[in-house]
Write a protein that binds this ligand. Structure first.
Ligand code: MIG
Length: 817
């Protein structure tokens, strides 16, 4: 035995194993490998503090608790006591808003406390809980954080298991095509090209590991910032537990306090950023198809829109505009002079948006491939072969967008397209999608901005970094103008760079309903600028379905019709004159609402509000709202409930508390009840909150077609006090970042025989119009006089019963009696 030789110390167990048969098995450690088991944090044995970071240990593993802000606390776990380097694509900077906080040790726990939240670390079992100031527990561990070694690649599977309270509901998680409340379900995040996806299919194109818990009217959020394949189980496996885990990376999550759901979303945006203010035209109607080509077809499409007087701001070119699907090239046969064509379209008020995929054709005569190859910009396998796979162009290689140099190069590639006049770029296939095998193999290496990673780690951010490169490149090339970008794949934070659409849906009523769920979910998951393929990508809608989808599209943040190449023509006039007229009416409605939608977008960009708000977000105190999935608000003034069934003649709609005007006839309903509303094909349930000042543009065929001489304001009477906001700016530059804009606040107050409106306007932007055309709706009295800052002017009733008056735009107070 080697026992006496200190250089050959045999571990105790191994030595024992040799005793039975008396034979010494020479050093066979395999026999003695520790079994791979889940390791749980043990009792807390110590702590230390570094500024706003607190470190707790059980003698082996370490847990970091970071105070990020008054309402946000981050938790990290290092199984072996070694934290990974700090880097996140989602959260550019975690450490920036530390305010007042304190630390205290009690007999059984440690308490890290901000003005709003207390994070309690229980000594005996290392359970972590979050309480509000009153000591109410919002969220707590059901088991200590745990992990399991991954024998294949090193690193750990990391797990966190929280208590799911009996009545708790769960919201968020991006584009999951299922019910708004995801309690009872399990999900995977792994960006996937999912053509013709189904209800409940998972995963889809995006990974947004952020959810909101709502328990007894109080809400908080959890953002699990981990780019590996992540899993969420919302009381599915065990009715009293919600777990999230990952195949790798760090167990790192942010607890985000509410108690209002909308504040959770706002605070999530303080971490991950908001969508920039899009150019106003991007809020108009977009027409897309796979594909409009050749040029004559595109021109014909444009001509039809204008001849039929159906507003439209953007036309898309899908992959067939390229030369053999080579990105950044043109098929000269179909588009002999793109610059001229785009200019002619622009003269007619159309912006051109082109698709760009990540796959670069392997072709030494193609400059993009050559440049990428010479500069080592393409992804490689673990053993150094190039990552090659087939996509539309044939055999392709793929830029590593997680490399800053590659992004810089990619951004510059848009020069030619921008020079030709392209106004926006559509990034597709960036999950990344590869024909046959689906996506890259796990061993593909990525730069990961210097932090290195295999595809396991970079997969879910690949699309995000692609559209980031696209956005940043366009932003530079556009100088002061705002680019428009849209991406299919995304990770949390992608909203800083792009809008999204829900991918390849189907022309069925079920998918219309799925779209209604998905855009609400995306909106509250931090992806505000979202929409569906109106009409359904694959399959054939009939006129009724298409029209109902257009109606829903008016209230989607992003409004674009799109269809697959093997389907019949799919324009607003494709289903006969009756449907064409209704489609026109609704697209016109979108254009009337533009100043309102734009103001709502500003509230997102500036304050982090979601653009769409499910009913539960409006009234989270009522559990009866949790199953409501069809009503939602656009901003806080308009509530809609799209029609989702063929032949539907009437619909039950729940109206939240307050007064609501039916948009189509000004009928007033008392809220906090369900009402039945007729749903003829040329109407869709749409309500305006009492007290609202709703700005309205005249119908235009495209944004900025004509100057606005006088801005129409629809003033909805209410007997209490209501604030409305109107945001205006140049519409197409980043001057707003230098505070060049106008922000107006209207306060409407009504009594039995009077109505007052006050205005506070602030800002450096001057609108081109001088007056407002006011229309008073729902006055419970006969108006005889309108006083504008004390001066009397006349008001006249119109045929529709609205009293109207034209007033100077800089009024301070209006009194109607
Ligand atoms: O493999 O570019 O989701 O919107 O029209 C299909 C063709 C590739 C998928 C996109 C779809 C687009 C289509 N693309």
């Amino acid at each position: 035995m080697s026992k006496n030789n200190p250089e050959h110390t045999v571990p105790e167990a191994l030595e024992d194993a040799t005793l039975d048969d008396g034979i010494h098995h020479v050093n066979n450690p395999v026999l003695d490998l520790p079994e791979i088991v889940k390791n749980y944090l043990g009792e807390v044995t110590g702590y230390r503090q570094e500024a706003n970071n607190f470190y707790f240990t059980d003698g082996h593993a370490e847990v970091e608790v970071k105070v990020v802000s008054d309402e946000i606390i981050r938790v990290r776990l290092a199984p072996s006591g070694q934290f990974l380097e700090e880097f996140s694509y989602a959260v550019p900077q975690a450490d920036k808003r530390v305010e007042v906080f304190s630390f205290a040790e009690a007999e059984d726990s440690y308490r890290v406390k901000t003005n709003t939240v207390t994070c309690v670390i229980n000594k005996a079992d290392f359970h972590i809980a979050f309480e509000d100031r009153t000591g109410q527990v919002f969220n707590r561990d059901h088991a200590p954080m745990h992990w399991e070694e991954n024998p294949d690649f090193g690193g750990y599977y990391v797990y966190c298991t929280k208590t799911a309270f009996p009545d708790e509901g769960f919201y968020g998680l991006g584009d999951k095509p299922t019910h708004l409340n995801v309690r009872g379900r399990r999900f995977v995040n792994w960006n996937s090209d999912t053509y013709s996806f189904q209800f409940n299919q998972d995963p889809l194109y995006r990974s947004i590991p952020f959810y909101i818990g709502l328990n007894e009217g109080q809400a908080y959020g959890i953002f699990f910032d981990n780019t590996f394949k992540t899993f969420f189980d919302f009381a599915a496996e065990a009715h009293d537990q919600t777990s999230f885990w990952s195949e790798g990376g760090e167990l790192q999550y942010y607890y985000i306090h509410g108690p209002h759901m909308i504040d959770v979303v706002k605070r999530y945006h303080t971490l991950t950023g908001t969508h920039y203010l899009p150019p106003m035209w991007a809020l108009g109607y977009h027409q897309c198809r796979w594909s409009y080509y050749p040029e004559s077809k595109v021109k014909d499409l444009a001509r039809n829109f204008r001849a039929r007087q159906i507003p439209c701001d953007a036309i898309y070119l899908d992959i067939d505009y390229m030369d053999g699907y080579r990105c950044f090239t043109w098929n000269k046969h179909h588009f002999p002079d793109p610059k001229r064509m785009i200019k002619e379209l622009a003269d007619d008020g159309f912006r051109t948006v082109v698709i760009i995929d990540p796959g670069i054709k392997v072709d030494n005569n193609y400059w993009v491939f050559r440049e990428g190859k010479e500069n080592h910009f393409f992804c490689r396998r673990g053993d150094d072969y190039f990552m090659e796979g087939y996509v539309w162009p044939g055999r392709c290689q793929f830029p590593d967008f997680t490399n800053a140099k590659v992004r810089e190069w990619w951004g510059g590639l848009f020069e030619g397209l921008v020079e030709a006049g392209v106004a926006g770029v559509w990034n597709d296939m960036n999950e990344p999608a590869v024909f046959g095998r689906g996506t890259f193999p796990d061993d593909v290496r990525h730069n990961y901005d210097g932090y290195r990673g295999s595809h396991r780690k970079a997969h879910n951010v690949y699309g995000m970094q692609m559209v980031r490169a696209t956005y940043e490149g366009l932003k530079k090339l556009f100088h002061k103008r705002r680019p428009f970008t849209i991406t299919r794949a995304a990770y949390a934070g992608t909203q800083r760079y792009a809008s999204v659409w829900t991918g390849d849906n189907i022309a069925t009523w079920e998918h219309l309903r799925l779209g209604v769920l998905q855009v609400q979910r995306l909106s509250v998951s931090g992806m505000p600028f979202c929409g569906t393929d109106i009409g359904g990508f694959s399959g054939e809608p009939d006129g009724e379905l298409f029209t109902r989808w257009i109606q829903f599209g008016v209230f989607s943040p992003f409004m674009r019709a799109h269809s697959a190449g093997d389907t019949a023509e799919r324009e607003p006039w494709s289903f006969g004159p009756e449907y064409e007229a209704i489609n026109r009416k609704f697209i016109e409605l979108r254009y009337k609402l533009l100043p309102y939608i734009y103001s709502v977008f500003w509230e997102h960009t500036h304050h982090g509000f979601p653009i769409l708000r499910p009913v539960t977000f409006l009234e989270q105190e009522f559990p009866t709202n949790m199953p409501r999935e069809e009503e939602f608000a656009l901003g806080d003034k308009i509530l809609v409930s799209p029609v989702l069934h063929p032949g539907q003649q009437a619909k039950i709609v729940y109206l939240p508390a307050g007064k609501w005007y039916y948009y189509w006839n000004d009928h007033v309903y008392e809220g906090k009840q369900e009402i039945e509303i007729a749903t003829p094909i040329d109407e869709m349930p749409m309500f305006v909150r009492g007290g609202t000042v709703l700005p309205e543009y005249p119908v235009m065929q495209y944004v900025d077609e004509k100057p606005i001489d006088s801005l129409k304001l629809r003033v909805y009477y209410s007997n209490d006090e209501t604030n409305s906001y109107l945001y205006e700016d140049h519409g197409d530059t980043f001057a707003y970042e230098q505070h060049i804009y106008m922000e107006k606040k209207f306060v409407v107050k009504g009594g039995d025989a009077h109505l007052t409106i006050t205005q506070d306007a602030e800002g450096l932007f001057s609108e081109r119009y001088d007056t407002y055309d006011l229309a008073f709706i729902g006055l419970p009295f006969r108006a005889t006089a309108v006083l504008v800052d004390g001066k009397k002017i006349s008001a006249s009733p119109r045929e529709d019963g609205h009293y109207t008056a034209t007033v100077p735009k800089d009024f301070r107070q209006i009194v109607v009696t």
